[in-house]
Design a protein around this ligand. Structure first.
Ligand SMILES: Cc1cc2nc3c(=O)[nH]c(=O)nc-3n(C[C@H](O)[C@H](O)[C@H](O)COP(=O)(O)OP(=O)(O)OC[C@H]3O[C@@H](n4cnc5c(N)ncnc54)[C@H](O)[C@@H]3O)c2cc1C
Length: 413
């Protein structure tokens, strides 16, 4: 199996690569490169990045595989792989704006009018949206949310709280929140909620910064009778769990990755190869060698898992458990990598970006901090194992993958 995406035209892809690389060289200024620690990016970088995204979108390069009629590029997965590789190579700033999980829910469950109103400006980079799910009492148990949506004429009034909501840098705010609320407290679990596009700003909505160790931008949300028009409900008023499941499938690895890379492992191999120790290089030490090769193996297994899922998804093969395997392995192996880095680099792995002579500009310290938190984002590792157990049929309940753009006959993901 070579994980090829169907219809691969090598000459056309080479031409495309040259075109895109030349464009990046012309359009990415030297002072807009990704710093080792993304906390060094500020609101000015964010504003530049929003403009850069719009330029990418004009060429169809921002969300390449989504349909053109909804603001995507209408390009193939092969083109997306080239785009990812070249963006990485250019080292241009990359910041979170709208989580990718939002798009499949809108594409599969939105009406034509909603796709044009919400999905199109998100995919063209004109607007942005945050993913509003976790509440103080319900993270792993997402179906236990307490946020309520009460009908008021054609509108809904939404009241509740959220924590850990990832979003733009500093004071930047999105145009919408994509999130769940209980619409019918008397209906059975999973059939009692709707999924809403909540306009920002709105009367009764407060957003506060929540600082975590990783340095990403998380937020507390407080909603007090926030008025949401009836046509901002995606899917039916009892279908929110299903709409959210289409998004979670993407969040939990169901589309794989075009160009997976583990820079921590690459830096570690480089460190072992070049660091002088006892008249030779560190990599000749048998203990260092073992730890570094374990890191090398984990990174390769992870890349293969992600590419397999990507290949399956874009060839429209049914992805039942493969995305979840990559998700669980990625979370657990990423923590193993941090332990190996500490074993090999010792205290050097904990030096910050500003320390003189710090290896790899301090990338290892940043990764030590962020990888632990990332294991909790998107539902914790334990929950990913619960989902995987259901998918492979050893759990009390059994589960098939929810509908995705690919299985709904749509492009994009
Ligand atoms: C960096 C970061 C970014 C995030 N971004 C967002 C975002 O943009 N939007 C959003 O909505 N949320 C976001 N989250 C929240 C994230 O989805 C939750 O943290 C996650 O779902 C876990 O919920 P919790 O923190 O409430 O943990 P809890 O639900 O309190 O779980 C605590 C522990 O108990 C374990 N546990 C709970 N139930 C079970 C069970 N049945 N079986 C086995 N173990 C169990 C969990 O694995 C975990 O280890 C983010 C979190 C982080 C750290």
């Amino acid at each position: 199996m070579d994980f090829a995406i169907a219809d691969r035209d090598t000459a056309e892809l080479d031409r495309f690569r040259h075109e895109f690389r030349a464009w990046l060289e012309k359009n990415v200024p030297a002072d807009r490169k990704q710093p080792v620690d993304s906390q060094e990016l500020d609101s000015d970088d964010y504003k530049w990045f929003l403009g850069f995204r719009k330029e990418l979108a004009k060429h169809g390069w921002l969300y390449p595989t989504y349909p053109k009629e909804y603001g995507g590029g209408g390009l193939s997965a092969n083109h997306e792989s080239v785009i990812e590789e070249e963006l990485t190579r250019s080292n241009v700033i990359r910041m979170g704006v709208t989580p990718n999980f939002v798009f499949p829910g809108l594409l599969v469950w939105g009406t034509e009018e909603q796709r044009q109103r919400f999905l199109r400006p998100l995919l063209t980079g004109e607007k942005s949206c945050w993913y509003k799910m976790t509440e103080p009492q319900s993270g792993a148990d997402l179906a236990g949310i307490q946020t309520r949506a009460v009908r008021d004429g054609d509108d809904w009034l939404i009241t509740g709280q959220n924590v850990f909501i990832t979003g733009g840098t500093g004071p930047d705010r999105p145009d919408w929140l994509y999130g769940l609320a209980i619409t019918d407290p008397n209906a059975p679990r999973h059939r009692n909620m709707g999924l809403f596009m909540i306009p920002v700003p709105s009367a009764g909505l407060e957003i506060r910064q929540q600082n975590l160790i990783g340095g990403d931008d998380q937020h507390f949300l407080f909603l007090d009778n926030v008025r949401v028009p009836g046509d901002h409900l995606i899917g039916g008023d009892h279908q929110g769990w299903q709409v959210g499941a289409t998004s979670r499938e993407n969040e939990h690895g169901g589309t794989g990755r075009a160009f997976p890379r583990d820079e921590v492992m690459e830096d570690l191999v480089e460190y072992a190869r070049t660091t002088k120790h006892d008249g030779t290089t560190l990599g000749k030490d048998p203990v260092v060698q073992q730890a570094t090769m374990d890191a090398y193996m984990d990174a390769h297994v992870q890349a293969l898992l992600l590419k397999r899922t990507y290949w399956m998804y874009h060839n429209r093969k049914e992805v039942q458990y493969e995305g979840n395997v990559g998700n669980v392995h990625g979370r657990e192996s990423s923590l193993r990598q941090t332990v190996r880095v500490r074993e090999v680099m010792k205290m050097y792995s904990l030096l910050g970006t500003k320390e003189p002579g710090v290896p790899h500009g301090g990338a290892q310290e940043v990764s030590q901090r962020s990888r632990a938190g990332q294991n909790h984002a998107g539902g914790s590792t334990n929950i990913m194992k619960v989902v995987l157990a259901r998918r492979i049929g050893i759990s009390r309940t059994q589960e098939r993958a929810p509908v995705t753009p690919a299985t709904a006959g749509q492009q994009g993901g």
